[in-house]
Design a protein around this ligand. Sequence first.
Ligand SMILES: [Fe+2]
Length: 238
Amino acid sequence: MYFIFIICFIIAFFITVLFFSRIKYIEHNLTLLSSLIGVIEVRDPNLEGHSLNVRNLSLLLYYHLPFSYQIQINPLKLQYATLFLDIGKLCIPSSIIEKCGKLGKDELDIIRYHPHLSANVLQNVKGFQKIAKWIKYHHERVDGRGYYKLKGDEIPLASRIMAVADTFSALVMERTYKPSLSYEDAIAELRLAAGSQLDRALVEYFCAISMRDIEKSMEEVKAQMQMYSLENCMSKKE
Ligand SMILES: [Fe+2]
């Protein structure tokens, strides 16, 4: 009996060690991936840390959701999805992405296609099919007027979470074609979009997060992006 207990203890110990080393390995991968995404986005004034913001804000929202929501999503997979969500924009000509004026219908159609392009990047990666699906629907509208005409709960929960974080980040960030909004104005815009573009319940959970936590999360991204900024590196050298 005593011998069986020792054997069970050793097996449980090794399973625990394997589990935590696997988590550590995934976290290392995510850190590496966020650095690469940051370096890619630093060149584009209309992205500049946007995906990193979406990652941080989506995670913040995830941890403010009730347990019944949280058990539906693996937060590690959510991070991969948020970091890759706009990678498809790299396939779109910069003349369209960086255009200051109003976009024509054809140009808008090309922009609207970027979730599909992003999903294609991951589609054939083993174990990433679910993440690719979340990415594909990250701009779907809950009223069913989106690109794929999915409605409400037909849109994966992770995609609806990313949509709230994505919209907030886009509103508060300055772009070549629009100024940035304050926290209060961006929250007001989210509430206006609740129930039509965005999931109403998720918007309310997002609005319940403290302004301090949201700003802290965005400050972290700003600091990370500063590290990749050529001007910043040159000024430190001088
Ligand atoms: Fe997007």
